[in-house]
Design a protein around this ligand. Structure first.
Ligand code: SAH
Length: 353
């Protein structure tokens, strides 16, 4: 496959916003820095068309690191006995949300391990009180796999968005990353339910996850196109020392950036964060992510004393900073590359709110 024919496929992607699996494999295997630069240039045209130079911020509250699941890649997996567990009380979570509001955030994200300690009603109440206190805020949940009725209850309580990465679209690869109790089929069903209920829905995957091939990544792209999520979260896989994948090699920054650009070309108006994992893999990862096509950043709002405990992977950045510092730091970083962090809900542009 010559560079020319890869570039032709990228032109096609830029026009038709879709490729088939074989074409994706060629685009993925055809990576060169020059081709990536071409993708980023095209990606920025779409980013600018829909969102200008605006970068949306989401205040992230990591509410619990208890998890009933045992994903092989994740530092807060159930079997990890070496971490100190914590959960924030509803009052503490509301205080974080209030602080986020004061700092100018108009989206609050509640993320956590799958922790049955909070009942469905606890979460619904929490969403309700945050929305009552801050009606102009969007609330995003990222609390893992639940049944339709639970998602519906939380939506009716006021939740606007839900993040649930599909992790990998390939069923065998999913099996390499997760124990028997979890299945790709159920996770994908959850995503379809979220869409059906009306959430702005986020899927996504890790780049460079153990065992991942170009074919798997091609399937991820085809899956995303089919699902048409409003948000896509991707970041490099980064090993955590207390997991079965401790000795696996991390995903690369350059491939993660390439995928950010490709996702922007495939889903031109998608909400696409430059993730903390990308910022951990490379000190300028989030800036490079935005220049590759990302338009969202997610500074941390969790209380400083729990930050280090929400360690999905090693060396996570920003674990020592106060929430206000995180905000200022990101604002400065975005300005340094000619973008402006804005205080708005930052809905998907297909959503009327
Ligand atoms: N329990 C929630 C939130 C998961 S944490 C859920 O199931 O959706 C959010 C994301 O972090 C995960 O979906 C996963 O893709 C990513 N993640 C977990 N461990 C990681 C690691 N070691 N390196 C990079 N990303 C990781």
């Amino acid at each position: 496959m010559s560079d020319r024919s890869v570039l032709n496929l990228i032109d096609k992607l830029n026009k038709e916003h879709a490729l088939d699996k074989e074409e994706w494999i060629q685009v993925i295997d055809g990576y060169t820095p020059e081709i990536a630069a071409n993708v980023f240039e095209k990606a920025r045209v779409w980013q600018e068309k829909y969102y200008g130079k605006q970068i949306f911020v989401r205040g992230l509250i990591e509410m619990t690191n208890y998890c009933k699941n045992d994903c092989y890649y994740c530092g807060i997996r159930r079997s990890n006995r070496n971490i100190e567990r914590y959960r924030l009380t509803p009052d503490e979570i509301r205080e974080c949300a209030d602080l986020g509001y004061e700092l100018g955030y108009r989206t609050i994200v509640l993320q956590g391990g799958e922790d049955p300690y909070y009942s469905d009603d606890d979460i619904a109440d929490l969403v309700k009180t945050i929305k009552e206190a801050h009606p102009d805020c969007a609330v995003t949940l990222s609390l893992g796999e639940r049944e339709f009725d639970t998602y519906k209850k939380w939506y009716d309580a006021g939740a606007d968005r839900y993040l649930l990465r599909h992790e990998t679209a390939n069923f065998e690869h999913y099996r390499m990353l997760h124990p028997e109790s979890l299945s790709a089929a159920h996770r994908q069903e959850c995503l379809r339910n979220l869409k059906k209920i009306g959430y702005q829905t986020g899927a996504g995957f890790m780049v460079g996850a153990p065992g991942q091939t170009s074919e798997h990544l091609a399937e991820d792209m085809v899956f995303l196109k089919e699902l048409e999520p409003e948000m896509v979260g991707i970041g490099p896989f980064l090993p955590h020392h207390d997991t079965p994948f401790a000795d696996e090699k991390p995903g690369s920054t350059k491939m993660t950036l390439y995928f950010l650009g490709l996702i922007r070309l495939m889903l031109p108006d998608v909400l696409l964060p430059a993730t903390t994992a990308l910022g951990t893999a490379d000190p300028l990862g989030r800036e490079k992510g935005v220049q590759a096509g990302a338009n969202v950043v997610m500074p941390n709002l969790s209380p400083t004393d729990v930050r280090k405990k929400y360690a999905l992977y090693d060396n996570k950045i920003c674990t020592g900073d106060e929430a206000a510092e995180c905000k200022n730091c990101l604002q400065m970083r975005m300005r340094s590359i000619g973008y402006e962090v804005v205080a708005s809900r930052g809905d998907h542009c297909g959503v009327v709110s």
